[in-house]
Structures are given as C-alpha cells and as structure tokens.
Design a protein around this ligand. Structure first.
Ligand code: ATP
Ligand code: MG
Length: 303
C-alpha cells in the first residue's frame, strides 16, 4: 500500500550569508517563501510551513502556486532529498523523482547508455534495463538519436527519454517537476495514458506545474501552495479556479471532460474524483496518529 503523509512539515533554509543588517522586517512579496529568523537569529527562508498532506493509491495531485511558493521544495521533501526542519514526512512506496532533467544524465554518452544509467539510479539492474531497452526506445520515438550523445538532444527529447525510463520501471510514487512541459502535444497524449495507467495500477503522482493543460491531462486533484503553506485542496478544476479565476476554472473543466472522454478506459469515474477530493479535503487535518518521523524513502537522485 503506497502512501504519503506529512504532519506539520516545515522546511527552512538557513541563509548564513544574508545581508542581515539591511534585511527589512519580513513581508511577503509576490514570489518566494517568507523570510524570517530562527532561534539562533540566523536568517531563514521558510520554504514550507505546516504542510499536512495525506495521499493514497490512485491520487494524481497537481501542485500549483506562484514562483517560490514551495512546490519544488515539497517534491524534494517527498523524495527524501530534504528532511523536514520540523514536523514529519512519511512516504511508503518506491519513489521515482523526475526533476531537473540535465542532472543525473551524462551528455557525452548515448541515449541508450543514458537509459541504463537512469535505470541504475532508480534502483534497477543493468540486465533488467537491457531487457526493457526496446520498449523504452519505441516509446520515446527517438530512433537513431538513441545512438547519439545526449548533448545533441533538445530539452523535449531528454524529457521523452526520462519519461520512458521512469514509466518502464513502474515506480509506485512518481514525483514530476514541470520540466516535462517541454514535450510536444502528441507525445504528451501518449505519456498521459501511460502515466495514468501506472498510477491506476498502484501509485501516486505528484506533479508541480504552471501549465493548466498539463494539470488537466495528468491530475484529478490539486493543492494550491501559497508562500509555503497549503492554501487550498480539492478537484483540480476547483483549485485552479480559486487560484486563477473563473475563466481558468471553466477552461480546466472543458479539458478534464475532454480527456476523460478520450481515456474512458483508464480514467477514474467522477464519483471517485469526489472521493479523492474529500480525502484531500482532510489534508488540513491533524491526524492523531503518532508522528512517524522523517522516513521519506527514495533514491534522491535527480532525473
Ligand atoms: N536551496 C535553497 N536555498 C535557499 N532557499 C531556497 C532553496 N531552494 C528553494 N529556496 C526558497 O524556497 C522557496 C520555495 O522555492 P521552490 O523552488 O520550492 O518554489 P516553487 O514553488 O517550485 O517555484 P517555481 O514555480 O518558481 O518553480 C523560495 O522562497 C526559494 O527562494
Ligand atoms: Mg519549482
């Protein structure tokens, strides 16, 4: 059973070289988390504050919010790269993070070789990656480029490779940062079906993005993060509407309906979505279960 539970999780970044004398009393700008001081009077960026999330099998959650809201920090917390400064984050399941696509790939070796390296990073054996090679190559549609060094690839071509690898290894928890927005529409349609099937089998997807189109394609629920705090949770169209206004909400609903029609075979029923929203509504709760401590698992590498 896969699950993600955070209880009052906070992530502070101490900034030891901040110009403390000139730092004005913290006020919240349009971007970034709150800036304050810790008990040692060191300047800290409060990237995440009191985050309570409870995600379960089948949840496909979009993270929305302004630049510096804390979306990427939350993904890194869930992948185990960061530990909570206070509170806890407990993640059960095999985690595959897909963050900065340049990191963890070698530009000088071929696409084929990078597929193996990525697989090793994500805990696979060389042999099992070789077995999956044809399937990944076919999915990525990179053809002859797979024999060329990665530095000859465009951003979207790298994303194709990375998505081919993560979806082939069947992670239980997939953490995506917005880089995947670089793929073209045709590939996204294909990736969407594969990602949805993967999540449906036994998984959780958490996807940070500024693109409503991608959110509509991949997510059923969403979390709006504002200056490091969970501001609102619910169905993806409701959250986008609250964040961006009625027009964006209506556009979202049209897209969600369209994609549900297209993927009738793999999409969740609307009743299920409501159940998800209810579950997410509990995200603000303060479950009485014992704080499990920061046991976020994951390979901690960057895709
Ligand atoms: N390594 C770091 N050191 C110090 N501060 C950091 C670090 N990483 C992030 N922050 C700060 O944490 C806050 C949250 O950043 P984060 O990258 O999580 O935002 P985001 O929601 O992903 O934004 P964007 O939409 O621009 O990608 C910001 O105020 C940022 O300045
Ligand atoms: Mg980010």
């Amino acid at each position: 059973m896969v699950s993600i539970d955070t209880h009052h999780a906070c992530v502070d970044f101490p900034i030891f070289d901040a110009k403390t004398r000139s730092l004005k009393k913290a006020f919240l700008g349009a971007a970034g988390g709150a800036i304050g001081r810790n008990t040692d009077n060191v300047v800290v960026v409060e990237a995440l504050k009191d985050v309570n999330l409870h995600l379960r099998e089948g949840d496909r959650v979009g993270l929305v919010g302004h630049n510096g809201a804390g979306k990427s920090t939350l993904l890194r917390l869930l992948s185990g790269i960061y530990e909570p400064t206070r509170g806890s984050a407990s993640v059960r399941g095999r985690v595959a993070p897909v963050f900065d696509l340049g990191v963890g790939m070698d530009p000088e070796i071929s696409g084929y070789e990078n597929i193996i390296i990525r697989g090793l990073f994500l805990g696979q054996t060389r042999r099992s990656m070789k077995r999956k090679m044809d399937e990944i190559a076919e999915f990525s549609e990179l053809g002859e480029y797979l024999n060329m060094p990665l530095r000859t690839y465009s951003t979207g071509m790298r994303v194709r490779l990375a998505l081919g690898v993560v979806t082939s290894i069947e992670p239980e928890i997939l953490l995506l940062d917005e880089g995947i927005g670089a793929v073209d529409a045709a590939f996204m349609a294909k990736a969407r079906v594969r990602l949805q099937e993967m999540v449906k089998r036994s998984g959780i997807l958490v996807f940070a993005s500024h693109s409503n189109d991608f959110l509509a394609q991949l997510c059923n629920t969403a979390v709006w993060i504002n200056h490091g705090e969970v501001h609102r949770t619910g169905l993806v169209d409701e959250v986008v509407e609250a964040y961006e206004g009625p027009e964006a909400g209506a556009h979202m609903r049209r897209m969600v309906r369209q994609f549900q029609g297209e993927d009738a075979a793999v999409s969740v029923a609307p009743e299920d979505e409501e159940a998800h929203a209810r579950a997410l509504g509990l995200a603000i709760d303060d479950a009485a279960s014992p704080a499990p401590g920061a046991d976020a698992s994951g390979s901690g590498d960057e895709a």
